[in-house]
Design a protein around this ligand. Sequence first.
Ligand code: GSH
Length: 634
Amino acid sequence: MGLLSEGSPLTWEETKNLADHVRKHGIIQFINLYKRLRDRQGDILKWGDEVEYMLIKFDDKAKTAKLSLRAAEILKILNEKEYNDPDNIKSLWRPEYGAYMLEGTPGKPYGGLLVHFNVVEANMRYRRQEASKLLEPNEVLMSLTNFPRTGAYDFTDPPTHPTPNSGASKSLFFPDEVIYPGHPRFKTLTRNIRLRRGEKVAINIPIYKDKNVSSPFKEDFSPFIEDESSCAAREDHIYMDAMGFGMGCCCLQLTFQACNIEEARTLYDQLTPLCPIMLALTAASPFYRGYISDVDCRWNVISCSVDCRTQEERGLKPLEENKFRISKSRYDSIDSYLSEQGEKYNDVPLIYDDEVYKQLLDNGIDKLLAQHIAHLFIRDTVSLFSEKVHQNDLEDTDHFENIQSTNWQTMRFKPPPPNSSIGWRVEFRPCEVQITDFENAAIVCFIVLLTRVILSYKLNLLIPISKVDKNMARAQRRNAVTAEKFWFRRDITSDAKKQDDGQPEYTEFTVNEIINGKDGIFPGLIPLVNSYLASMDVDADTHCTVQAYIKFIQKRASGELLTTAAWLRKEVVSHPEYKNDSVITQRINYDLLKKVQKIISNEISCPELLGTCMLSKTNETIPAAVAKAEKVPM
Ligand code: GSH
């Protein structure tokens, strides 16, 4: 997340009345920036990771683990360093949705050298230590995708209480005090999403039907019997009713700077079919509101948690006040490719305002980019600050960013910010965050290596968008890595013309086949990465580190190592206090997170999750001689 605009939020009524104003000026701002920057060339490949963390507070006497709501206090201290010496910092820290969340990135982006792969994990470690130094005794920073008991009884430190009749969420379970208090964006979004939708958000995730779960599973929400929750809650599902259940989850994101707009469009498209595959491979969130669910990933939870579509837009009522039926939430997978190569795979009907689309075309923007932007702009603003209403459309881009940054999709196509040295970028957003720095570094380096392989070998991974959507649904199912098959392009190495051998362009593979290859049928992404690496000069330490990461990814894909989600499930169901009722009690939660803490601090090993050779040679600094030897400019 970039630096957030600050100011005083307008009321929902005021914001709603300015929706067309924001759209109109947002489009003009995009047109102006496009004209200024479309021919920008020669930016070099840079990239960076973003890790989201949670603060956990243990009570060893009471045997509880709760979310500690001190992120704002800690962030204030972390940000001082940046404020005092912005050019010499090794990390950047930003707020996120939860009052218990922190987002950390490297102080500077990494570049094109292979040796940069050797500093990723050390920098992640540095960040974890830097923030951890500011914690109280028994407080721990964890990169957990979801806290198992969010919204269950007594889940925060200090204790908080939901306010179903007032406030931003009006949740039965998620108190407003658990929303980050230091910036108005988060509460404003929460309130406006609920008000725009016309009712609370409704998240229903299938419960894991262990043998002692009642059938049907139905919770009693009294005394809120008349509350809309009793209608929205579905049988055999874990019901949640607040944005915090979704946006309170943590993830691992990557941003790439491309050398020009064309390369950015190629990367955006080529990484799209990998989103569901990487979601399945990084699955890490099987627990919600103190229950074991039947899904392994956060994706649909967040999607429903910010679903601001009205009943008309969701197709439940005829269109009267609203303009469009909209098939997806603002948080979902992308709906169209951007490169010429991708055009023929855009098989999902795109909703947009014809006038906006035409205005973009009339200003020299090509069809593919115009429809992408017009489609993002079917959304209303859900957060507007009084200071930002009137802007200079030739210089400012806040209205464009307002809509762009609340379209939370698997991929994000990012124009250069005004007056900066930053080029066209793409963001890769599906991955769930893992428990250890080793795992997160492995995933990050694997994805960056894939981008190099895609660009150098001119790979083509494209499949129809509708198939990517199908894969997104499959990726979230329990044990998807080993149990599911995913649509994937059959021949990714030869170009489409040469490929006309009468066979279908895409077929279904397991994650193992996609990552490790299938004899004589599919080369596998890792073998391609390895052949790319074999052609490069790389120093011994970086080689060792990258090989450890690659082996780890291979084993996760083959099922030899458990996914984080599978490991978390296993820990809970084998706990002596577990009663086969899919309930995660305070004690089970405490023991689970204590174990996570010991894994992070290397007090215990966890070979079923991490393997036995998770030793990288990661290093905080790049030796000058190594950088020079790679003969690539720093
Ligand atoms: N934690 C999220 C996930 O697991 O996918 C991603 C982070 C995110 O999208 N955060 C929201 C946001 O708007 C918080 S409301 N971030 C700023 C941005 O995306 O520009």
